[in-house]
Design a protein around this ligand. Sequence first.
Ligand code: FMN
Length: 686
Amino acid sequence: MAATTPATDPPDALLAVTADAPTPARPTPAELVARAVAPVKPAFLCPPPVREAPKEEGKAAGGGAVVKVEKKSKRQLKRERQQEQKSTSHLCIEVGKSGNVDSCKYGTSCHFSHDINAYLSQKPADLEGTCPFTALGHLCPYGLTCRFLSTHKDNLAPQNHPEGNCERNPLSKEIQKLLWKSKYKFPKASAQIKLLGLKDGNKNKAEAVNDDNPDETCNLNGDDKTLLSSIPENVEPDPTLCKEIDNSGGEPLVVDSVESVEPRASKKSKVEVDETRDNEIKGPTTGIHDNEAESEVNSISGVKVSSNNQSSCKVDLITIPHLREKKIIDFREKLYLAPLTTVGNLPFRRLCKTLGADVTCGEMAMCTNLLQGQASEWALLRRHPSEDLFGVQICGPYPDTVARTVELVDNECSVDFIDINMGCPIDIVVNKGAGSSLLTKPMRIRSIVQAASTVTEKPLTVKVRTAFFEGRNRADSLVSDIYNWGASAITIHGRSRQQRYSKLADWDYIYQCAQKAPDYLHVIGNGDVFSFTDWNKHVSDCSKISTCMIARGALIKPWLFTEIKEQRHWDITSGERLNILKDFVRFGLEHWGSDFKGVETTRHFLLEWLSYTCRYIPVGLLDVIPQRLNWRPPSYYGRDDLETLMVSDSAADWIRISEMLLGKVPEGFTFAPKHKSNAYDRAENG
Ligand SMILES: Cc1cc2nc3c(=O)[nH]c(=O)nc-3n(C[C@H](O)[C@H](O)[C@H](O)COP(=O)(O)O)c2cc1C
């Protein structure tokens, strides 16, 4: 925690405070470390900043007044939106881009303003700096609306337009329409679900008709909506049933009841879904004996699967990719930036690539939202060309949903691997039966991995925690099987869901899990890696750990990747840190846009990130290095004003930093960090 006011001379300031009172003996650095207090050199310590009285609910940093949000009807909101769009501050994109009022094909019926002069007369002054697109020699796609308009050059050729040759995995309008209308075909997923004897809860009516008429091809062109939204996702089969089945299949797997975390569905939906999901439970052990699947060999054994049923669908699914045929990713020694909701956005990952990260992964995307063609969820799958070893992370509670999503991603996206999140602790995810709640359902994990891995030749990886409940570690029982089920790597975050971040990651347990892993399975350890020595220790202590995944360490100091590569503790200066922030802003403007909206989106994500970077304590200020993630910082000054500003945990100071890079915040601007990372004793998401 640091002073919110710029530093004067740190040692003098400290003397002024301590002169008249006898100071109690200061604990030694070792004593501070033992109490998880950061041993900042006494010369830099300062009195705690005087904080404003706690803000009222709803009031955030940035000086904005508390606004009582009145609830508006949908119609009112629509009217307001239309009025705003027509206002001179909302220039039509096409007109803005070309500077020509005739360029919009909607003409006078366009919802946005075409009045260029009126727009320019009210447009705020340009920001300092150069247009990020012009700087690359590209034509700026934001044209007149760019906040760096004065730096545009007239002589750039249109082919220099960056669109289409930069970020990958856009959601095309055609695919989105197919998804919206439930006309997208999932032949592989449907076939696999059937092969495994699992019920396809997502099947639309067109597919159901095909089932009844095996001679017909899979011509899914009905107008029926999928049943996606009609399937209650929070319904869990009777746990006693799971126990029974587990016992029948060799090693007993104890299934915890998750009633405490999963609300039961209403009676009506329970009946519907129990029926639907019954097969899923029976599937792996008993369901496979159903009908046509009887003569087939379980795909996981790697034997060629022949399915009459599938040939009727004209799906080339005769051979299911066996693990050995799948492209293998060798994670060994590669620096892996963890998937990070909100903060692990494309510009941040791009930044980490410049600083030495080898593997990057998109933010967690919910299967249902992807299958429904939600643009905001698809944005999470975007990949920058610099991400040369890139995966996307998906999260869903059922094998059919996950398998379809895998098929969709496989068909439409450029990815090197697909990771399934089985560790997310967030309530809304857990309550739907996804994320870490899957750790209480090993049979479900099996169905998901089996179904998903067989619809793609891309490596499938899984991310888990040690357990759902504290003291009931579960990950070790998965590692031995998960490879046979079809996963090629498993990441183990060394904490339970119940624990969240309250304790240090249990690396001894991660090692135990790794020891049980079959040779081909990559085990990736995760938790608290914050220095090159942490990373060295984990990969050398246990040879079966391929690498460590790095999450908060990268958020707090993204140059951690450089430190690991160069095997040093980098005493980075505030100027060097500012340059890193500048790079992020440049990447952000390229990604979110250089117009007003793009600039403010970039600012928003910069602020989210600054809520982590302030936790970094400069190496030169510490009596003991390296810093640990669980240390609580005292109040301290930096070595210069900028460093003091950067170590501040006040949102008002983060806003100040953002203004150094992106100009003044708009009037009424407020900010409250999403993850509240600076609250050390609070659980963090993820
Ligand atoms: C802000 C934040 C967002 C996260 N988002 C995700 C996510 O989308 N998917 C995921 O699997 N884990 C997520 N996590 C968990 C991390 O990937 C990682 O497992 C965890 O933070 C432990 O690693 P660490 O001790 O290095 O931070 C998130 C963690 C944080 C702090």
